[in-house]
Design a protein. Structure first.
Length: 514
């Protein structure tokens, strides 16, 4: 009986069998023969073995330190966790691709990366929820707006396009703001709506606001949009405001015109727009607008508009097979194949409204570039944390959505620093540049992390990360007098060398003098 108890006793740390107080290897039969499995729960290892490069980047630019220092989280208990532990845990969780607070448990045994961030420990999921609950909403929003401004303000002196759009996050509980609204993927499902403001082409988030599921229109986005532009100031205004058909309304266009802000919006196909198409179809004044589209410009004053505006009519001939899907009486989906009289032409059509006086080919391409919005939403919802991290109250959902977007920006720019010629999504860059087995050793006062990557492109990643490490070390060692913000300008100039066409971003004079 005593021997049986020894064989079935569980190791308190690793769930391992014990024999006479010693760890017992577990034999397994594989196609390569027998292997023995042993756990070593005390070994200093991490699945994020290349995280140190990202930490060096954050420290050099002052990104993580500013984020922690500005956090309006205050505890009264002497045993409470530090703000650095709270935000460091959030950073590690979001970078690991987590979508739920419960996933944080997977980080608790990492003994390498938390000290590299200056943390004492990785906190539990409940500690993170309680921490965000203690942050007052106005102070939390101001804090995160300052972090977005610090990260992106150096880029906004360049000509840039502001994309405005919304995306729906379906919910499966009774959270605050979980109401039924426009939800094309899951009709009738309660949701939140993420109102987002993006720097086009660079695929960076300027701001995001979470609102109840039935507040999805531009009317609900507009106050945050104008507040954002006021906060940026006159020297950081976009060269173009761009949005879908929900934004082509009198209120938005009138305010943009008052501010002298150029705009390009999709236009709803109302009756007067259709009549304009009918008149234009018989005209020969159509011009090529790219990708098979033809365009023609006209001036219209639609019902509710205070003035005439330039409207671009777009059409494209459909020459591919057509199929029509419908629901039968028994609820079953039916499919029928459409045929068109060969003597007739079938056209796909749309309309844009703009204050720009550009040629039609340029306008067509400018609007097609807005597709990056959907790519951003797909990445943030499916590869980052916008699809999860939900709590019962709306406040914490708003704070976490902004934190995820901020970390997304940091990682996107870091990935651009590694490969300035391409934008690569997290599903590609995290396994390549972050995920690897790291084993830490210490000898003679020197700490070394031994990295082992199983990625097929690890030789390229090793060279690229070594180059970035050398760049950061040279910048901090040879120019110690530079402030973190000045170093951030240099990092952005290196990361966005293609976007800037080799030009260096110059910090403002008062910063450079400091």
């Amino acid at each position: 009986m005593k021997e049986s108890k020894e064989l079935t006793a569980a190791h308190p740390a690793g769930g391992q069998l014990l024999v006479d107080g010693r760890d017992q290897a577990i034999p397994l039969d594989t196609y390569a023969g027998r292997v023995d499995i042993e756990w070593d729960p005390q070994a200093p290892v991490t699945p994020l073995g290349q995280m140190a490069f990202f930490i060096d980047y954050l420290k050099s630019a002052g990104l993580f330190d500013n984020w922690v220092a500005g956090c309006p989280l205050h505890y009264t208990s002497p045993n409470a966790p530090s703000r650095r532990d709270v935000l460091g845990t959030v950073l590690l969780s979001v970078l690991s691709g987590h979508r739920r607070y419960a996933h944080i448990t997977a980080l608790r045994a990492d003994t390498i990366n938390p000290p590299l961030l200056g943390m004492d420990r990785v906190l539990s999921e409940d500690a993170i929820r309680r921490a965000f609950e203690k942050i007052e909403m106005p102070a939390g929003i101001t804090w995160l707006q300052e972090q977005f401004d610090y990260t992106l303000r150096p880029l906004l002196a360049e000509p840039w396009v502001l994309d405005v759009d919304t995306t729906v996050k379906p919910l499966h509980g009774e959270q605050e703001g979980a109401v039924v609204g426009y939800n094309p993927a899951k009709r009738g499902r309660p949701s939140h709506v993420y109102h987002s403001y993006m720097v086009a082409n660079l695929r960076l988030m300027l701001e995001v606001e979470v609102q109840p599921g039935n507040q999805q229109t531009s009317h609900h986005s507009a106050p945050e949009l104008w507040a954002l532009l006021d906060r940026l100031g006159p020297d950081r205004q976009p060269a173009l405001l761009r949005g879908d058909k929900d934004w082509g309304n009198e209120g938005i266009m009138r305010e943009a015109e008052r501010r002298g802000l150029p705009y390009l919006f999709r236009l709803r196909l109302m009756a007067n727009v259709k009549r304009a198409f009918e008149r234009a179809m018989t005209s020969a004044a159509w011009e090529m607008a790219g990708h098979g589209w033809e365009a023609q410009a006209t001036d219209l004053r639609l019902r509710g508009w205070s003035r005439q505006r330039r409207v671009v009519l777009l059409r494209r001939k459909l020459d591919r097979p057509l199929a029509v899907s419908e629901t039968g009486e028994n609820g079953q989906r039916l499919l029928s194949f459409g045929t068109v009289d060969p003597r007739k032409e079938v056209w796909e059509y749309g309309a844009l409204v703009t204050s720009l006086d550009a040629e039609l080919l340029t306008l067509g391409q400018l609007y097609r570039d807005r597709a990056d919005c959907e790519n951003d939403f797909d990445e943030l919802k499916n590869q980052w944390g916008w699809g999860g991290f939900t709590t019962q109250d709306l406040k914490r959902c708003r704070l976490m959505a902004r934190n995820v977007a901020l970390i997304f920006n940091w990682w996107t720019l870091f990935a651009r620093l590694v490969d300035p010629n391409h934008h690569r999504e997290a599903i590609t860059t995290r396994p390549l540049l972050l995920t690897a087995i790291g084993r830490q050793t210490s000898h003679a006062g020197r700490t070394t992390i031994h990295v082992s990557s199983s990625h097929g492109r690890h030789p390229w990643a090793r060279q690229a990360l070594a180059r970035i490490g050398a760049f950061l070390q040279a910048m901090t060692s040879s120019a110690e007098q530079l402030t973190p913000l000045q170093r951030w300008y240099r990092i952005l100039s290196e990361a966005l060398v293609k976007y800037l066409k080799g030009r260096q971003l110059d910090p403002p004079r008062q910063i450079a003098a400091g």
